[in-house]
Structure formats: structure tokens, C-alpha cells
Design a protein. Sequence first.
Length: 379
Amino acid sequence: MDKEIFVYVGGFEMPDKNAAAHRVTNIGNILRRNGKIVIYIGADRNRSVRTEILTSRQEFNGFECYAVGYPQSHSEWISYLSSAKKYIKVIESLNCVKGVIFYNFPSLAMRNLYLYCRKHGIKCYADVTEWYSGKGQGLLWGVIKSADSWYRMHVMHKKMDGMIVISQYLENYYRKCRNVVRIPVLADLDDPKWENHYDKSTDELKLVYAGWPKKKDRIDYLIEALMDVKRPYHLDVVGITREQYLTMYPQHKEWLEGNEKVTFQGRISHTEALEYVKKANYSCFFRPDDRVSKAGFPTKFVEAVCCGTPVIMNDTSDLKMFVCKGKNGICIQNNSIELIRDIIESIEYVLETDASMFDCNEYEDIVFNFLNEDDNENK
């Protein structure tokens, strides 16, 4: 019997250019271990939307991957958000697709691909990791973004044959829908990239922030807390330059001027970023306690713990479920500058981590039962 083919579609940039790529690859690895064939159709910022989709075929980590070019003009954006033609072209080139998994997919394109799948007997699933907001996007784009998010979250997802959700918040919202499973950010703990051979500092508290703070994280809370910290410390900011930070928070220019306790590393590769995380005593991030944060799950938390580095963060999403028994970090109640400062002043240099809760191997049965629910019901 031929192996069943599942096509994963979404804005992930393979093989590891964004957090979405890591998410879908880890779930794909579980599917592959269960005898499925997984084919990805993602995005490529370096490719023109006019490029023939079938010529984009590449292989990463043993997976067949295709990529849709990144839109530039208004007309290209409209097509990107609404058209399913390129995805259908790949599906029609394959032999007997069993299911399509939508990863945070544009809602109109999702609807059109969903209608095609229904017509051809292809199952439809959603991997839901975000609840996007239109705030801060500008008037026109904010309206488009909000409408797209509303239609996807309130209408299209409820039509799916099943949903993988990343948080309790989303699990509760979709509790009346059929076949919903919660799976956090996952990691392959056998991957050598998680090995940490560094000794943690015991005379200077080494902190790290790794990411792009503009959309989600309030790195300014961390900077302002550090202004009054007396103990020896050093913060590496990975992902942005000092100039980019000061564009967002110009009021901190005087304090950062010539400050050797804070170093901005700029944008570097994911592998290099992990090295900074491994060296640190703690990774830090703080987020507004809003719907966006509650619905998602911080990839940077899982990556830090898998690197053997605990995290200082505020209580959002499901983080408290994974910070327990004095391991994995400190989860504070709110984003009070004083509270952040007091934690940094008093925290121990070394804290244990336990990444087993994010191990891919622990979720194999969940994913297998999820995809075979209909088959089990029909027996």
C-alpha cells in the first residue's frame, strides 16, 4: 500500500528561517515516523511571486519542499492572500494526497483550497499557533489583517476535520469543535544543536534576549529594570542592533551610551543565536498579557530550556504549566519594572532545566490518533 501523503501549507520559511519552520518540521518528523509522507509548501522572501511553483522544489532534511514567492506590490498581496492556485498545482502533481494541514494560513486562500480539497476527498486540518491582531498595522492593512484573522479563527477553522492548537487558550476556544489536540512548541532532543558544553557563570549574571521585540516582546522593561540592578551582570541582545533598539526606545540613549554591560549583537543565524542562549545564566523576555500572547506559545522559552538555560518571563500563555518544581525558570505575575529588578538581583546563578515536556517523542501517539480519528470511528 502506498504511504499516505500530507501537504503542509503556510508562511514557514524552510528549513529553519523562522519559528514556524521549526514547528512544522517537528510535527512532520512525527508524521514521518508514523509512516506518512509530508510535503511542505512554504514561503521564500528571496523568490519572486511570478516564479513557477514546481521549479521551487528542494529537499530539506529528507522532506520535499516547495515555496511561494514573497509578494511586493498590492496586486501580488491580494493574490497571495486569496489565491490557492499554486498550492493546487503542487497537490495535483502528487499522487493521492490524504490531507492538507493549514499553518496560520490566509483565510480567503484557505477557503479556496478547502473547497478544492472537499471536492476531491482530501481531509483538511489546521495547525493553529497564533491569533493575530490588526493593531499597529496602519489603517488599511490593519483592517485587512483583522478581517483575515476573524474569518480564519471564527469560520474556517471550525470547518476543519481536526485542529492542532498550541495553547490552552485556543483549546478552550475550540472546545466544541471535533478532533482538537493541544501540542506546544516541540523539539527533537536528540538533535546535537541542543548540546550545551558551557559552564554557567557564578560571578557575573549573564542574561540574554534573543528575538525581534517590535511585535511581541517588551525588551524595554528588561532594560529599565537593569538600570537599577547592583549585582554584576551582562546582557546580550541578539536579533537587533543598538540603533534599531534606540529607534524604538530613544529615551534610553543616554543610559546605553558607552554602557559595556549591554551588548547588541544584531541579526545573526539561528545557530549563532543558540550559542548566546547556551552561555547565559538566564534568557529573558516579557510580553503584554493580551490575546495575542495568551493564544500563542513562546518558541524562545522552549529553545532556551532545550539549551539548558532557564528563563525569566512574565505569566502569559501556558508558561506556568512548564515552570515547576524549581526548574526551567521564574514566571513573574506581571511586568512591573521593580519586580523584574528584584528577581534579577536575587536569583541564583544556576537553575535546573527539564526539556522532556517538549520532546517530540512524547507526542507521537497524540498526533497518530489525531490524524486517524475518522478511520477509528469507521471501524
